[in-house]
Every structure is written in structure tokens, then in C-alpha cells.
Design a protein around this ligand. Structure first.
Ligand code: GDP
Ligand code: ZN
Length: 458
């Protein structure tokens, strides 16, 4: 266990009426107490809040009026003693407070260190720790809900349930093989095995589908606007930014230094990316050709293809449809205030089931419909994140994909009548991969688990 006491400002800098300086570790209470004038914090009950003043020990001046929350481990986030000092929200006051706490012997926490302690001290599992990280970076309420749910252990519980099902299946088969004389244990039939693995398969598949949505919520929907010159791409971009609060983020501690622009469309962060110059692209096809521009545009999660209602469809327009074949697009037919020259039925054929929205951006008409179409494309029927468990972490997604693959191997093994002990290897592998998501070390022998399951072999 770490013995030093860490501290950090745990509220966003420069926002809100109050700010919190948090301390965690053995010295959290004594350090706070040395700065605090009011009650003796070393004597108060755990999980109580106290009003008082922070005194600068050097000048003896009152630095801050504060509320101090004292929480004794292990019933805290880190399982260590935690103190939260609530002060006025301004940057100057909170920084001053932090400096005083540091001067009294606390160490500035590294990014994520509180969470790391919570994990190391067994308070949360790995997926929950990762969720906390996601929470810190969440850009919309919806993204935050996902992170909160994961932190709350929903993903872990679901993973545990799936592992349990796999374990029972393996155990069942094992018992059939090793203890044929136990006739009170029903024989695991081919059909039962298929049914069991199928159930788990579908659950993992569902998680992966939602992972796509999770990624969008976490990282934003990278969006490109394409179309011929003068169709209204810039107008569209402006309308989206104008109608919605643009969220400009500068994420500290991440590798990217670029400031990205996000707009919040019905809870979905749209990332107006500038990478590869795909944010607004007029002559991409002309410049680099159909195949190349296709490669570039593939990087976008969403492509808004803009056409002119007042022009006939040109060869260039048709080329753009070729470029975006198979990608997630929304077609926007702009300038409906002009006399119609475009053939909407023909566009619908090209769009091939994907949404076609008409707008007159100059009159701010059609923006709502466009936003609805964006929401529907990525969250069809599930706009309310409700009880869904999302997976939004790259490591989890990789492991889920691998788990799905080994389960697929197991299932085709069963179909092909492969010996049961070979099938078992793949099922066990699936069980291990799922275990890695929640940070379960796989040292414990499966056989031990197995016997505790069935209470056999006493
Ligand atoms: P871009 O070249 O594709 O980025 O197109 P712009 O957004 O710069 O727009 C080109 C011109 O079309 C500008 O003069 C806009 O004011 C105009 N425009 C944009 N939307 C509409 C619309 O709905 N109706 C009409 N009549 N003009 C529009
Ligand atoms: Zn433009």
C-alpha cells in the first residue's frame, strides 16, 4: 500500500461556484487539521462535514472559508482516509489551497492516481477503474451516464454472469467425463451445449454492437461534410455549431495536443475533425481520385453529403455517391427555397436506404430533421441510454472480439462433432478472455473452481 498522501483539485478548473481539493492517504486528516481552524478534525466522526477556516501557517492569515468532509477508510473511494476541502470556485483560491496542502506534506497526485489506489486497494475492478477515466473525459451527459454505469459495476456484473455460464458448461461436461457413475448429474447433450454457448455468444455480440455507440459517446462522432463547391457545406457547419453549444476541449494528459471542436447533437458529441482535411471537403475526388478519397473518408464515422436542390445532379455528385458507398452517410439536399431541378427519387436510389434530408439552411429550415436523422442513425430506438450497459473502452472491445472468436471456434467445433475436450479448450479460453476485462488473474486453476461449483469429489 502507498503510504504517502496524495492530493489534487478534483473539480474542473474555472467552473462552478465551488471547488474541491481532495486528499487521500494516512496523513490526509492530520494535514488538513494543521491548516483548519474550527473543530479538531482528528477527533470528528467519519463521513461528517465541518465548516471552518483555512489558515496560512506562515502568515497566520485566513486563506479561505471552507467546508471540510472527513471520510475514514475503508469506506471511501480509495479505501484510505479521504478528506475533501470545499472552497470557492475561483482558480486563485483553489490553487492557494492546494499549495498550502502541498506545503504541509501531501504530494500532488498523478493523473488517475486516486482511481489507481481504489483499484490497488481492491475497491474497484479494472473495468470500473477504466470507467472512471472515461468519466473524466466524458463530453456529454450521455457519455457520462455510460461511464457512471460502468463504474457502478454493471459491465463487471454482466461479464461475471457470462463467465459463470461458461464455467458451469465446462464443469458440467467435465463431470460427465470424469464421473460417469454420478447418474444424478444429467448428461450434457449436444443440443444443450449449443444452446448454452449460443446464449453467451449473443450477449457478447450485443455488447460489441453497443461498443460502437460507446466509442461514439466517448470520442465523438468524427464527421465529414462533403459536396461540390457552393452547395452549402460551410453554411451547414455554421448552422450545426451555431444551433448547438460548441464544446471546445483541450484534454490534459492525453497524447493529442490539438484542440478539437465538438457540437452536442441530442447528446451525441459530433467531432468536427480537421485531420486529413475531411472536415469540409469540396474537391477531394478531383484532387486525389475516387479510391484514395474513399480511404480518407473511411476514417469518418459519419459523412454528410450535401447536394443542391436548385441544380441537376452532376457527374461530380454521382462520383461522391460512389466514394461513400457502404459508409454511414446522410444526404442533405440544400436550398429548397430555390426552384427544384434535382430529381429526389434518383437521389433516394443512390442513397440506398440511407436518410435523405431536405434543408434551406439560409432560412434555418431542416436542421431539426437533420439532427434527428443523426441521432437515429447511431442510436436507433435506443436514444434513451436507459438500462443499457455500454462498453466504451478499447481494451475491453479487443478482449470481447477475441472472446467472440474463440467462442465461434468452440461452436463450430461442436457442430463438426469435435471431441468434447477439444471444444472445452476454446470455451475455457473464452472464459479467460472475459476474465481479463475485469482484471481477474487467471492463475487459479479451473479445476479448483470447477469443484467448488459442483461440490463433488469430497
Ligand atoms: P460551400 O461552398 O459548399 O461551403 O457553400 P457555402 O456554405 O459557402 O454556401 C454557398 C452559397 O450558398 C452562400 O452564398 C450561401 O449563402 C448560399 N446558401 C447556403 N444555403 C442556402 C440555402 O438554403 N438557400 C439558398 N438560396 N442559398 C444558400
Ligand atoms: Zn465552404
Amino acid at each position: 500500500m502507498d503510504i504517502d498522501t496524495i492530493t489534487a483539485i478534483s473539480t474542473p478548473i474555472g467552473e462552478g461556484a465551488i471547488a474541491i481539493v481532495r486528499l487521500s492517504g494516512q496523513e490526509a486528516v492530520p494535514i488538513s487539521n494543521r491548516l483548519f481552524q474550527g473543530v479538531d478534525l482528528t477527533k470528528v466522526n467519519s463521513h461528517t462535514i465541518h465548516y471552518g477556516k483555512i489558515i496560512d501557517p506562515i502568515t497566520n492569515e485566513v486563506a479561505e472559508e471552507v467546508m471540510v468532509n472527513v471520510m475514514r477508510g475503508p469506506r471511501t473511494f480509495t479505501r484510505e482516509d479521504v478528506v475533501e476541502i470545499n472552497c470557492h470556485g475561483g482558480i486563485a483560491s483553489v490553487n492557494r489551497l492546494l499549495e498550502l496542502v502541498l506545503a504541509e506534506g501531501a504530494r500532488l497526485a498523478e493523473p488517475g492516481e486516486f482511481t489507481k489506489r481504489a483499484f490497488l486497494n481492491g475497491r474497484i475492478d479494472l473495468s470500473q477503474a477504466e470507467a472512471v477515466m472515461d468519466l473524466i473525459r466524458a463530453k456529454t451527459d450521455k457519455a457520462m451516464n455510460v461511464a457512471l454505469k460502468q463504474m457502478d459495476g454493471r459491465l463487471s456484473k454482466l461479464i461475471q454472469k457470462l463467465r459463470q455460464e461458461l464455467l458451469e458448461t465446462v464443469a458440467h461436461v467435465e463431470v460427465n467425463i470424469d464421473y460417469p457413475e454420478y447418474d444424478d448429474v444429467e448428461e450434457m447433450t449436444h443440443d444443450m451445449l449449443i444452446k448454452k454457448t449460443n446464449e453467451v455468444y449473443h450477449e457478447i455480440e450485443k455488447l460489441l454492437q453497443m461498443a460502437k455507440q460507446g466509442k461514439i459517446l466517448r470520442e465523438g462522432l468524427s464527421t465529414a461534410i462533403i459536396g461540390r463547391p457552393n452547395v452549402g457545406k460551410s453554411s451547414l457547419l455554421n448552422a450545426l455549431v451555431h444551433e448547438n453549444k460548441a464544446i471546445v476541449t483541450d484534454i490534459p494528459g492525453t497524447t493529442r495536443d490539438v484542440i478539437e471542436e465538438y457540437v452536442n447533437i441530442r447528446g451525441i458529441p459530433l467531432r468536427l475533425v480537421d485531420t486529413a482535411g475531411i472536415r469540409e471537403t469540396e474537391d477531394i475526388v478531383e484532387r486525389i481520385g475516387v479510391e484514395k478519397s474513399r480511404q480518407v473518408l473511411k476514417e469518418a464515422d459519419l459523412i454528410l453529403l450535401v447536394l443542391n436542390f436548385g441544380d441537376e445532379l452532376t457527374e461530380e455528385d454521382v462520383n461522391l455517391f460512389k466514394v461513400v458507398e457502404g459508409l454511414d452517410i446522410i444526404v442533405i439536399v440544400n436550398k429548397t427555397d430555390l426552384e427544384q431541378k434535382i430529381d429526389i427519387d434518383r437521389i433516394k436510389k443512390f442513397a440506398n436506404g440511407r436518410p435523405v434530408i431536405t434543408t434551406a439552411l439560409i432560412e434555418e429550415i431542416g436542421i431539426d430533421e437533420l439532427e434527428q436523422a443523426i441521432a437515429n442513425t447511431f442510436f436507433a430506438g435506443e436514444l434513451d441510454a436507459g438500462d443499457l450497459t455500454y462498453v466504451s473502452n478499447v481494451r475491453h472491445i479487443q478482449l470481447l472480439k477475441q472472446a467472440l472468436q474463440s467462442l465461434t471456434d468452440a461452436m463450430s467445433g461442436i457442430e463438426d462433432g469435435m471431441p468434447i475436450d477439444l471444444v472445452q479448450i476454446d470455451i475455457t479460453r473464452t472464459w479467460e478472455l472475459l476474465g481479463e476485462i475485469i482484471g481477474d488473474t487467471v492463475q487459479e486453476s479451473l479445476i479448483d473452481q470447477l469443484f467448488s461449483q459442483f461440490c463433488l469429489g469430497k
